[in-house]
Every structure is written in structure tokens, then in C-alpha cells.
Design a protein around this ligand. Structure first.
Ligand code: HEC
Ligand code: HEC
Length: 341
């Protein structure tokens, strides 16, 4: 029981104690990748510039003539902006209006399960899920075909996989019902073609994380109480963290923290988790770990806050309380295994 004491008392002191100013690791990784490309091609570019100088005379002459043509083309293009939109998926006549309720339920489900990899609006996250708003693949499938695809997912070795990152079956959340799937399809139709979304649904404010996650069941509460060694307050944090984890982290780290191939590491009996106190772990989850971080071993991004900016510090601390129960050595009661230290 003694190991629980620092845990509970820590909770107050681990509130927003630190502000991070490192910026978004995702951006940092993009910058460094860009710089790397720039420096390797520098030598080549110098030679090209030297060779290019010889052509300058010719270019200057041709340029005068070409200038007129280019200007003409430029005016033509910008006078007709509609032709510039890369929305080949948009049909001239929109499909039928979507049902507000179905679209909004789909939006909530999408935020909970899919946004980590595809972004809240479906525009995709670099190195993770693709842009759905512009997907020809999505536009080409019937509702039933799309649901079948979501159920199946797309393995990293699937010949149609273009990113080498898996699209997990059911987006990593096997608890999604067929009804949920239909709502997700409705949301995806809506983000592909805004004209089909009723005005009231477009204006509806987003739902908070707390509202999205269902209350723990009686069984889950009992399990949490056992894991907390009878401490009711801690049990509440664990039960809430369990729910949050299985909505927001499960897609990449697997059910019960077992990990996912080609994605998030196993968090069960995890040395890194054990090495940090709650404050340290809170800071880590808030910051994430970019692929360019020297400590990154998978080449895949751990997104800041697991990709859900709406997570509060208390939400994350609840998840940490749950993660502690997966560390056999630190809390044997949770896993039923013997406490090793
Ligand atoms: C763990 C990350 C992850 C999660 C969570 C996830 N996806 Fe994906 N999804 C991907 C990746 C990666 C791909 C692209 C795979 C490839 O390279 O072909 C993808 C592809 C797709 C595609 C096909 C797009 C195309 O143009 O080929 C659809 C549709 C899709 N996801 C919908 C969803 C929905 C809906 C959810 C939530 C229920 C979801 N995904 C959850 C990672 C994820
Ligand atoms: C989109 C996928 C994704 C989501 C969602 C995600 N993670 Fe991660 N996480 C990763 C990846 C990938 C790594 C490993 C990065 C590396 O190679 O070091 C990781 C690493 C971690 C680690 C460090 C493990 C170690 O051994 O170094 C912790 C702790 C962690 N995640 C917690 C969480 C929590 C808590 C959530 C939910 C709030 C979450 N993650 C959501 C992908 C994800």
C-alpha cells in the first residue's frame, strides 16, 4: 500500500507546474528533414548554377517572348479559380443532404478514434493517417464498401498501403458498432463535401473529451478498486484513465497497453514509464516524441497529448494512474502478478 501514498499526494503538485516552450515536435521534425535535404543538394546546386550562367544570355532573349505567354496563362488561371481546386472528388451536383444527428455522432466518434491519425477535420497527420477529405478511394466506395474497409483496415504490408503505417481494423477501436460505423461514414461524406452538411451541424460546438468518454461500468469500477488496493479516490482516477486510454491511446498502443506492430510501443511493464514520476510522465505525454528525437526507436511519431489537444492535465494524470497499474513490478495487485520490487 505504501507505494500508493506518493501517488495520491503527488496529484495536486503535478498540476500544470511546467510550461514547455519547445514548440511542436512535429514541426521540428519537418524543419530538420527539410534542412537535411537542403544541405545534401547544395554542392550539386552550385554546379548547376555555374552551368546555368552560360544559358543566361539565351534565356534573357527567350524570356521576353515567354513572358507575354506566361502572363497570359497566369491571367487565365487566376480568372478561373474554380478550375484550380484539386477537388476532383467533388461532383457537380452534391449527393443528398446528410442527417445532422448522424453527422454529429460521426464527428464525435471520429474525434475519439480516428483524429489521432487523420486529424480532427480529416486532413491527415504527417507520418500517420492520410487526408480523407481529398481521398478518391473514399469517394469511390459505397457506404457498405466503406464500412467493410474500416472493419478490415489496411495492413502495413498490404500492396495498397502507401504509407507503411497500418490503418488498424476498426480504426483500432473494436468496440465500434455497425451503427457507429454508419455515423462515421456520414461524417466522412460531410468532410468530403460540405454542401451536404446541414447548417446546424456545421455550427454545432465540439464535444469535450469528458463528454465523449462513457462512464466506467460497475465491473470496471470494481477492477479499478482492486488495482488501487481499496483506495476509493485512486480507483476513480484509474477507472477514468482506463476509459480515456481505451479511447485515445488504444489505436497505437493496443488494448491493455500491449503495443501495436509498426506503431506505439507496449506500455505494459515499460521501463521508460517506470523511470519517470507522474510529473515527468505528464510532461512527456504533453510533448510527445517526434521521429527525429534521438530517443525515438520506431521512426514513428508519438503525437503531443497522443494527438488530442483537448486533453487536460487531469485527464492525462488519470491515464498515468491507469498506466501505473500495468507495471507489474510497481503494482502487482493490478496484473495479479507478483510484485518484484
Ligand atoms: C493508428 C492510426 C490510424 C487510426 C487510429 C485510424 N487510421 Fe485510417 N488510416 C491510417 C493510415 C496509416 C492509413 C493509410 C494506409 C495506407 O498507406 O494506405 C489510413 C487509411 C484510411 C482510409 C483510406 C484512405 C485512402 O485514401 O486510402 C480511411 C477511409 C480511413 N483510414 C478511415 C479511418 C477512420 C474512419 C478511422 C477511425 C474509425 C481511422 N481511419 C483510424 C491510420 C489510422
Ligand atoms: C498515433 C499513435 C499514437 C497515439 C495515439 C499515442 N501514442 Fe504513445 N507512442 C506512439 C509511438 C509511435 C511511440 C514510440 C515512439 C518511439 O519510437 O520512441 C509512443 C511512445 C509512448 C510512450 C513512451 C514509451 C517508451 O517506452 O518510450 C508513452 C509513455 C506513450 N507513448 C503514452 C501514450 C499515451 C498515454 C497516449 C494517449 C494519451 C498515447 N501514447 C497515444 C504512438 C502513439
Amino acid at each position: 500500500m505504501t507505494f500508493l501514498a506518493p501517488f495520491v499526494s503527488d496529484r495536486q503538485s503535478t498540476k500544470p507546474t511546467r510550461e514547455r516552450h519547445n514548440g511542436d515536435p512535429g514541426d521540428a521534425s519537418q524543419t530538420s528533414a527539410f534542412q537535411a535535404t537542403g544541405s545534401t543538394s547544395l554542392g550539386l546546386r552550385r554546379e548547376l548554377i555555374a552551368a546555368g550562367l552560360a544559358f543566361v544570355g539565351v534565356v534573357a532573349g527567350v524570356g521576353l517572348m515567354a513572358g507575354a505567354t506566361v502572363l497570359g496563362l497566369w491571367v487565365q488561371r487566376h480568372a478561373a479559380p474554380a478550375r484550380e481546386q484539386p477537388l476532383s472528388i467533388l461532383s457537380a451536383v452534391p449527393g443528398p443532404m446528410l442527417d445532422s444527428n448522424a453527422y454529429l455522432k460521426g464527428r464525435t466518434l471520429f474525434t475519439m478514434t480516428c483524429a489521432v491519425c487523420h486529424g480532427a477535420q480529416g486532413h491527415g497527420v504527417a507520418g500517420l493517417g492520410k487526408d480523407i477529405t481529398q481521398s478518391e478511394f473514399v469517394a469511390s466506395l459505397s457506404d457498405g464498401g466503406l464500412i467493410a474497409f474500416l472493419r478490415r483496415g489496411r495492413d502495413a504490408n498490404d500492396p495498397y498501403n502507401t504509407t507503411k503505417v497500418p490503418m488498424p481494423p476498426s480504426g483500432g477501436n473494436p468496440q465500434l458498432t455497425d451503427q457507429d460505423m454508419a455515423h462515421l461514414v456520414s461524417f466522412m461524406r460531410g468532410i468530403q463535401d460540405r454542401r451536404r452538411v446541414p447548417a446546424d451541424a456545421l455550427q454545432a460546438p465540439p464535444v469535450s473529451v469528458a463528454q465523449m468518454v462513457a462512464a466506467p461500468s460497475a465491473d470496471e469500477k470494481a477492477a479499478a478498486l482492486a488495482a488501487a488496493g481499496g483506495d476509493a479516490e485512486l480507483a476513480e482516477y484509474i477507472a477514468s484513465g482506463n476509459k480515456l486510454y481505451h479511447s485515445l491511446c488504444v489505436a497505437c498502443h493496443g488494448k491493455g497497453g500491449v503495443g501495436m506492430p509498426n506503431n506505439g510501443k507496449a506500455l505494459v511493464d515499460n521501463e521508460f514509464v517506470r523511470s519517470l514520476d507522474d510529473d515527468g510522465l505528464l510532461a512527456f505525454v504533453k510533448q510527445g516524441r517526434s521521429p527525429s528525437d534521438p530517443k525515438n526507436t520506431t521512426g514513428i511519431q508519438m503525437p503531443p497529448k497522443g494527438g488530442n489537444p483537448a486533453l487536460s492535465d487531469d485527464d492525462i494524470l488519470d491515464i498515468i494512474a491507469y498506466l501505473r497499474t500495468l507495471q507489474g513490478g510497481a503494482n502487482g495487485a493490478a496484473t495479479g502478478g507478483p510484485a518484484s520490487n
